[in-house]
Design a protein. Structure first.
Length: 433
């Protein structure tokens, strides 16, 4: 009985479950039906709206595309037009700049060529034909040839130095370049003799290493006049100090007796007077060998203050030699025109020319020419040392402006630029009251 009841309950439960399952399946089928229906409706509406949109907006899209292409074409055309204009402007400006550059180069070359011709006239190359007929000059050359600069527009540009000028000339060398610089100094000495009137330039040679060998050929001048080369080249420390002291004393005399507050330079004084003071050129080889600290400081003073007094220094500094204690070589460089060796080249320590190699000049190959210049200058210097002043220049502007009550003096010649030297003939005795 129990079994029959249980079986019925199970069957009822199964029928209920089956009924629920069928109901769920129907519900799912209904949901699926509406899902498919709604999707179909949505898809249909989407297609409809898309077709509508394409129909309505395609012309606008095409118009926008056409407008875009039109504006793009216009912009590209404007760009190319402006680019062409800019290119034309650039081309015109470039042509103008090129023309200005060519004009400048032509002008510069013409001016430089004229300048070089002037240098050749005042100080021709040693190989020039002018030296075959050379005669002592009556007026000092404004420049003296020193060497050649290698410039972009000129293969060789003659480099002049203004000696006598406003600065000392300072060679800073080491190694093998010492010999080259010494040869350039020898050439410069000969040029000074050849381009300054006889008797108007005197030399003091200091050659502590070469013992005078660097200037041996110039000792021919002493055969005619010892004062042209102070009789010899100086090598010992005490002699060097004495020569520098003599030049310093000479500068003091020039400033206090001749220049005073009336003349700025000895050149002005010589131009104003009839008795010219000769230029003094100090030539130093192998500095600072045998230079004491005091001598080195005197050399700086001469290099700095000497040009005004007609005293000019040409110095060869060997960078390999030991400097005097507490002496700064920059003190000399600051007051000089500097030429420095760099490897086997020489460079002018000047912002405008320091990038261009400098080839220094040497003595002419012809020993005959060198000796001819030296002997001619030596012989002419003796004659030039005698200055004649006309009697009229010694007469006073008005007759009898003085009196002879206390003394009698007679003017006999010039003293300085304006003063006269007098010969005293007698003085009245002093009477006591």
């Amino acid at each position: 009985m129990i079994y029959i009841i249980t079986t019925r309950r199970v069957e009822n439960l199964q029928r209920k479950v089956q009924s629920d399952y069928n109901e769920i399946n129907q519900t799912v089928a209904v949901v699926q039906h509406w899902h498919r229906t709604w999707l179909t409706e949505i898809e249909r509406e989407y297609q409809h709206q898309q077709t509508k949109a394409q129909t309505e907006y395609q012309p606008q899209q095409l118009e926008a595309e056409h407008e875009y292409q039109r504006q793009k074409t216009a912009i590209v055309a404007t760009y190319h037009e402006q680019q062409d204009k800019a290119q034309q402007v650039y081309q015109r400006r470039q042509e103008s700049r090129d023309e200005e550059k060519h004009d400048f180069e032509r002008t510069w070359q013409l001016q430089a060529r004229a300048f070089l011709n002037e240098i050749d006239r005042f100080s021709p190359p040693w190989t020039a034909q002018q030296w075959a007929t050379w005669q002592p000059v009556t007026d000092a050359s404004p420049v003296v040839r020193l060497g050649y600069l290698s410039l972009p527009l000129f293969e060789q540009y003659s480099l002049p130095v203004d000696i006598p000028g406003e600065h000392a000339l300072f060679f800073s060398v080491d190694g093998d370049t010492n010999t080259t610089a010494a040869a350039a100094m020898q050439s410069l000495i000969l040029r000074l003799l050849a381009t300054i009137p006889p008797g108007q330039v005197q030399f003091t040679f200091i050659d502590p290493v070469g013992l005078g060998n660097h200037v041996a050929s110039f000792m021919r001048l002493a055969d005619h006049d010892d004062s042209l080369v102070t009789s010899r080249a100086w090598t010992e420390p005490r002699h060097i100090e004495q020569r520098l002291a003599n030049l310093t004393e000479h500068m003091e005399t020039i400033i206090q007796k001749y220049l005073r507050n009336e003349y700025q330079t000895i050149k002005e004084y010589n131009k104003a007077g009839e008795i010219a003071q000769p230029y003094q050129v100090l030539v130093v080889f192998d500095f600072p060998v045998n230079f004491s600290e005091d001598a080195a400081q005197r050399l700086v003073s001469i290099a700095q203050n000497g040009p005004r007094c007609g005293v000019f220094a040409i110095i060869l500094h060997d960078r390999g030699k030991e400097r005097p204690y507490r002496f700064d070589i920059a003190d000399l460089e600051r007051v000089s025109t500097c030429i420095r060796s760099q490897g086997q080249q020489f460079l002018l320590a000047d912002n405008d020319y320091k990038a261009f190699p400098l080839t220094l000049e040497t003595l002419p190959d012809s020993t005959t020419l060198v000796n001819h210049i030296l002997d001619t200058i030596g012989a002419s210097s003796k004659q030039a040392s005698t200055v004649e002043v006309s009697f009229q220049r010694l007469l006073p502007q008005a007759l009898w402006p003085e009196q002879t009550i206390s003394e009698l003096t007679v003017p006999i010649g010039r003293s300085g630029a304006k003063s006269c030297s007098h010969l005293p003939w007698g003085r009245a005795p002093i009477t006591m009251p």
